[in-house]
Each structure stands twice: as structure tokens, then as C-alpha cells.
Design a protein around this ligand. Structure first.
Ligand code: FES
Length: 176
């Protein structure tokens, strides 16, 4: 069912793991299966200098994260924005049609990370309507970058990122 290339990336994933010094994170969930992916980027002179990822998902999701990281590394933000799910699937020598949504997740996660990077100031400002700057920055680092996303994020993930006071404010806002 899976190509040789895909299995190779699944068994030997590249650039796996969180980037502690990331400039931005793209956090995406897969509505089809409920899996979650984080793509971390470090940008230098307009290029993706470093990339990392954490993926809770199937073999195809792991392999697409790995391949995406190889495709995106060293690219300008503009070039990286153009990486599509088809590019990733092609580079993996094809994906079973039923697994195409998994590669969608990787491309979307990267685009989200870039978008967050480019609009960091506005995103933090929006979160600051509900919480302090420190907490807004902590949430941004966890990949939760708008009030809309805050509403959908699991409480546990929010609690892990922000301070106690921040959590109180967020609970009030979410009425939870
Ligand atoms: S089945 Fe969830 S990402 Fe592939």
C-alpha cells in the first residue's frame, strides 16, 4: 500500500522534534482523523534555516512531515508557501488516495507556520485582548495564534502553555 520511499521516511524520519528556538509554529488538526501536527520554523534572511515537527498521526502523516521538512529547508518563505500536498505526495512516490488528507496536513502546517511568522505582531495583539503579553507569547509559541483557535484548542494544551492567571482569564473568556 505504501511506496518504498514513504516507508523509508516513516522508519527514518528527518528533522523530527520540536525546535526550541523556533520563530513560529504551525499547528494543524486533521478533521478527518483527529490527528495533530506541529511544524516549527526558524527563519534567517527570509529563508527557512531550520525546521522541526511533531506529529501524532499515521505512517503517512509521519512520512509527509519528514518529506515536507526536507522540501522546505533552505527555501525562501515565498518558495515554501508554494509547496503543495501534491509536491509532498509526488516526492514520496505517491500516496494511497485514502491517505491524501494526511499530506494535506503537512503542507497546511507549514503554510500556517509561515503565516504566523509573517503576522506575529497582529496575532499576539489579538490574543492580548484576553491575556497578558507573556501568556499571549507563550500561546503563540505553542501554535495557538488566534482567539478562534483558542476556542478550539484542548484545555490541556492551553494550560500547559500559559500562567495560572492567564488560564483563569482564558477560562472566563471561553466560559469554561
Ligand atoms: S490518518 Fe490521520 S493523519 Fe493520516
Amino acid at each position: 500500500m505504501y511506496s518504498k520511499k514513504l516507508m523509508e521516511h516513516f522508519l527514518n524520519p528527518r528533522n523530527k522534534g520540536k525546535l526550541e528556538d523556533a520563530d513560529a509554529v504551525g499547528r494543524v488538526g486533521n478533521p478527518v482523523c483527529g490527528d495533530v501536527m506541529h511544524i516549527y520554523i526558524k527563519v534567517k534572511d527570509g529563508r527557512i534555516e531550520k525546521i522541526g515537527w511533531e506529529t501524532l498521526g499515521c505512517a503517512a502523516a509521519i512520512a509527509t512531515s519528514s518529506m515536507l521538512s526536507e522540501l522546505a529547508k533552505g527555501k525562501t518563505l515565498e518558495e515554501a508557501m508554494k509547496i503543495s500536498k501534491k509536491d509532498i505526495a509526488d516526492a514520496l512516490e505517491g500516496l494511497p488516495p485514502i491517505k491524501m488528507h494526511c499530506s494535506n496536513l503537512a503542507a497546511e502546517g507549514l503554510h500556517k507556520a509561515i503565516e504566523n511568522y509573517l503576522h506575529k505582531g497582529e496575532k499576539i495583539k489579538e490574543l492580548m485582548k484576553v491575556m497578558s503579553k507573556e501568556d499571549a507569547e507563550a500561546l503563540f509559541k505553542a501554535g495557538i495564534t488566534s482567539l478562534e483557535e483558542l476556542k478550539k484548542a484542548p484545555m490541556e494544551e492551553i494550560a500547559n502553555a500559559v500562567s495560572k492567571e492567564g488560564l483563569e482569564k482564558i477560562r472566563k473568556f471561553l466560559k469554561k
